[in-house]
Write a protein that binds this ligand. Structure first.
Ligand SMILES: Cc1cc2nc3c(=O)[nH]c(=O)nc-3n(C[C@H](O)[C@H](O)[C@H](O)COP(=O)(O)OP(=O)(O)OC[C@H]3O[C@@H](n4cnc5c(N)ncnc54)[C@H](O)[C@@H]3O)c2cc1C
Length: 538
């Protein structure tokens, strides 16, 4: 794209310095400066398009853009958010995080799965459950989420432009929308355009037989047999949801293991549950072609297997959206996967342009994207933030049962030769676990064998994604197992797992012949014993 535009720029409240000029990518013709006022109607007196100037322009209204924009507005900056979709909230609110979690919750509720320990394996809350039943609650939650984001933007006086943004130059953006084109300029630009599902060339995605993670939300019928290609987090989460709905699910991946970054013991619990729900794994198999054969969709693997299903969900990777921004006009480079490189404060190679969220790659989570967007804006405007606590990042995987963790796995600690020990609590021994009917869940604390400092927590079971934060806080504050062993927890709660796991861990250390006394208590008891020795001899 090489647009040539007449443009007028209004600086500071639309009444001061105006730039009139000819625009081109690559700087062949540059704007000429003139002093001229321009009314609010976006056109100057000659009928040229106006270009309003902002302190911050944000491309994308997902978690990274939303949080970045609000942070800047809260500190008095003039902010615009450009969003290409007709709804705000991004992948997180519309096609990813919130819809998939809502679908999972509706599935768990309406299938009665949580109560089956008590009422039998055939118990359901709603008979003849359809995908439409699940979609209705999901779409209400999406509507509430987008309305909340929209209200927050407007409450903070952030201008929202619905249109597709791209770069004209390092400080200027062009926005194409239903009414035509518009240009804006900004001191700081935050790229928060997220990512889209990656699609292999040559595969046709019709949204019913072959779909990606956006399209699966719009299925018209629940498939009888679903094939999930790609056993990453998204694929495994959907495999669990559809198997809970009674589909026969096959998970295919070229890797030999699903979710390899998860603790082995935790993964065993998940795999046990998935297999119990009739999920079949075809690991070490690469899908090289797709065909339709009558009603069936067929995945052909490199080992020449022909795997059949009614519907295939393709969840192999995501592609960043920076490849559609004309980023070179701003002097930026985009990699083959549509991502932009940044430094540790989310600054790109052009110092006033920042990037946050999925567009910068790993870890590509809503949880991290929001904080990246916010901290990028804090850096850009010199807003002082607290850096005293650096908590380890938690991961939440909303499989059935759910998984959560922070810190290294046993395998990683072993590789690094860290002297560690574990403490485990099993939900079946915890009153709240029994009340909830979750008897397979477990919480595992990994701690330093000598200092007893918390190193990691891995949880599988009901409430795992909430529970993990207790351990995360204790770790960030430098706590040891003694905190959990001594603290009083509400009873009956799942949080009690921490106490049980800590007592188990201390016991293991004691059995190994090591002292488990807190250093300060050890000092007191030493003082006491030397005083009594003095008294005895005196
Ligand atoms: C199925 C699924 C489940 C997930 N589950 C979780 C989860 O449980 N927990 C979690 O933390 N994360 C989860 N994620 C990841 C999470 O959704 C993303 O990490 C997060 O949404 C990224 O935020 P973002 O702001 O970078 O981008 P997005 O949320 O993708 O937002 C980017 C926005 O930019 C807009 N845009 C793109 N190009 C342009 C342009 N040129 N001009 C203007 N606007 C543009 C897009 O329309 C979009 O609204 C999940 C993702 C998927 C797909």
């Amino acid at each position: 794209m090489n647009p040539q535009h007449r443009a007028t720029e209004i600086r500071a409240n639309c009444n001061l310095l105006v730039i009139i000029g000819r625009w081109s990518i690559g700087g062949r013709s540059r704007p000429r400066k003139a002093l001229r006022s321009c009314p609010d109607s976006m056109q100057d007196l000659q009928g040229n398009a106006c270009m309003i100037h902002y302190d911050l322009a944000v491309l994308g209204s997902g978690p990274a853009g939303h949080f970045g924009a609000i942070q800047a507005a809260k500190t008095g900056r003039k902010v615009v958010v450009i969003e290409k979709d007709d709804r705000v909230g991004g992948t997180s609110a519309i096609t990813g995080t919130i819809p998939s979690k809502s679908l999972r919750e509706a599935t768990l509720h309406l299938t009665g799965m949580r109560q089956r320990t008590f009422y039998g394996s055939h118990y359901t809350v709603k008979d003849n459950l359809t995908i439409g039943d699940l979609q209705s609650s999901t779409s209400q939650i999406i509507a509430n989420q987008t309305a909340t984001v929209s209200a927050q933007l407007s409450r903070n006086d952030i201008r929202l432009i619905h249109g597709t943004g791209s770069f004209l130059s390092p400080h200027e953006l062009m926005i194409e929308h239903a009414q035509g084109q518009e240009m804006i300029s900004a001191d700081v630009i935050l790229i928060a355009v997220g990512s889209r599902p990656a699609r292999p060339p040559g595969m046709e995605f019709d949204g019913q037989k072959v779909c990606d993670s956006n399209q699966i939300l719009l299925l018209q019928d629940t498939p009888r047999r679903l094939m999930v290609v790609g056993a990453g987090v998204i694929g495994v989460e959907y495999a669990c949801i559809f198997s809970a709905l009674g589909c026969q699910v096959t998970v295919v991946d070229q890797r030999e293991e699903i979710l390899e970054f998860v603790d082995r013991q935790v993964l065993d619990v998940l795999r046990y549950h998935m297999q119990h729900n009739q999920v079949e794994f075809r690991l070490g198999e690469e899908v090289i072609n797709l065909k339709t054969d009558g009603h069936d969709v067929m995945a052909i693997t490199r080992s020449n297997k022909h795997l059949r299903a009614d519907c295939l969900l393709y969840t192999v990777g995501r592609q960043g959206n920076a490849d559609r921004l004309c980023a070179d006009a701003a002097g930026l480079t985009v990699d083959a996967r549509g991502r932009i490189a940044t430094n540790e404060v989310h600054q790109t190679s052009v110092s006033h342009i920042y990037a946050a969220g999925d567009v910068i790659g790993f870890p590509a989570l809503a949880a991290t994207s929001r904080e990246q967007g916010r901290s990028a804006v804090c850096h850009a405007f010199g807003i002082i933030t607290c850096s005293e606590y650096t908590a380890m990042m938690p991961y939440g995987i909303y499989t059935i049962p759910e998984i959560s963790m922070f810190g290294p796995t046993e395998r990683e600690l072993t590789k690094q030769a860290v002297p560690y020990e574990i403490g485990i609590a099993r939900y079946r021994e915890i009153a709240r676990g029994q009340i909830l009917g979750d008897t397979d869940g477990l919480l595992k604390i990994l701690f330093h064998r000598e200092t007893l400092k918390v190193l990691a927590v891995h949880v599988v079971g009901e409430g795992a994604t909430e529970l993990v934060h207790i351990g995360q806080a204790v770790e960030a504050l430098g706590g040891t197992l003694h905190y959990f062993a001594q603290a009083i927890f509400n009873y009956p709660t799942l949080a009690e797992c921490y106490k049980v796991a800590a007592l188990d861990g201390l016991n293991r250390v004691r059995l190994a012949g090591q002292s488990t006394t807190k250093p300060e208590l050890a000092a007191v008891s030493e003082q006491k014993s030397s005083k009594s020795k003095v008294a005895a001899t005196g």
